[in-house]
Design a protein around this ligand. Structure first.
Ligand code: PRT
Ligand code: ZN
Length: 294
């Protein structure tokens, strides 16, 4: 019987949907229903362990799962607060759920920079990361640990500032707070322990990672097609972001026009299209790429 690779994922929350979507784009077929702890992937020997995000690093470290998808912020916090060294490290960055762990204080208050924190209280759900930051910067402040609703701490008088995750900044703004320092930048990451996997699991993980890589790259990569005057091909190629040698095809019935096609590994903005047009390019098409393997 083939061994099944077990992936720990957040069951419900901000990471969950994007993690499921990524695995589906990698070709895994599964359904998430109700309260189950395990979901079986139908077309590959993979099981999904559905848990709270905070448990993912220790589950991977303790062999309850082979790999996991978690926010880097949670991984680093668990690494810093674990009683014994946590055996879980980043294998791959996944590029979604980007956020920052920032220090913020009242818009109109006295705390405007890190050194203003001396002698004050900082509310946070990240005592590990905050504690390390304060120590590294030699700042003498007290961390007040909360389980949630950290942004309310200054208005109810529990702390003078907060250390919390920020993505759009809307929560800070709604609570009259301004971020003045980023202490950690985070995104979703694939994590693994230092243990050796069986040959079967290792091969499956390599295949999964190659597919994840393809999904991430194809999200940014575009296929561009256009017609251009022959003598402008060099100048046009220069404008295409991150493209290798383009394919040039003669156009029927035209001696001075050619069709040019290229894969661009970076986003193509409207400005680029306008510059291409100014060089004489016409019938410009930018197409999404669904799958890639290099
Ligand atoms: O139940 P479980 O323990 O699994 O989930 P959770 O409630 O602990 O975490 P969840 O689902 O809220 O977040 C999971 C992960 O998403 C986090 O660990 C981060 O890696 C990532 N992430 C990305 C965020 C945010 N962006 C984010 N903005 N997690 C939380 N927030 C919160 C933040 O704490 C603040 O309250 O959103 C608010 C700020 O958002 P903005 O957009 O107003 O700035
Ligand atoms: Zn959590």
């Amino acid at each position: 019987m083939t061994e099944r690779l077990r992936i720990a994922l957040q069951k419900k929350g901000r990471l969950a949907d994007d993690s499921f979507a990524l695995l589906k784009k990698c070709g895994l077929r599964f359904a998430i229903r109700g309260g189950g702890l395990l979901a079986r992937v139908k077309n590959m020997p993979i099981d999904l362990l559905l848990v709270r995000d905070d448990d993912i690093p220790s589950f991977v470290a303790n062999n309850a799962a082979d790999i996991g998808i978690v926010g880097e912020n949670v991984l680093v916090e668990e690494q810093l607060t674990a009683k014994t060294k946590l055996d879980a490290e980043i294998t791959m960055r996944l590029g979604f759920s980007r956020c920052k762990l920032s220090l913020a204080a009242a818009d109109m208050g006295d705390i405007k920079k890190p050194t203003d924190l001396n002698g004050t209280r900082i509310a946070t759900t990240y005592p590990g990361v905050l504690g390390k930051y304060l120590k590294d910067k030699n700042i003498d402040a007290t961390a007040v640990e909360m389980k949630g609703a950290v942004e309310l701490a200054p208005s109810i008088g529990i702390a003078e500032s907060i250390c919390d995750l920020v993505s759009s900044g809307a929560t800070l703004e709604a609570n009259g707070l301004t971020a003045f320092e980023t202490i950690l930048k985070s995104e979703a990451v694939l994590i693994q322990s230092g243990r050796d996997l069986s040959e079967d699991k290792q091969a499956l993980l390599a295949k999964l990672m190659s597919r994840i890589d393809g999904v991430i790259k194809s999200a940014e990569t575009k296929y561009i097609m256009l017609n251009a005057p022959k003598d402008k091909v060099a100048a046009i190629t220069q404008l295409l972001p991150g493209s290798d040698a383009p394919t040039i095809i003669p156009l029927a019935g035209s001696d001075d026009l050619v069709a040019l096609q290229a894969v661009c590994t970076e986003n193509i903005f409207w400005e680029t299209l306008e510059d291409l047009k100014a060089l004489g390019a016409r019938a410009i098409l930018v197409l999404p790429i669904e799958k890639m393997m290099s």
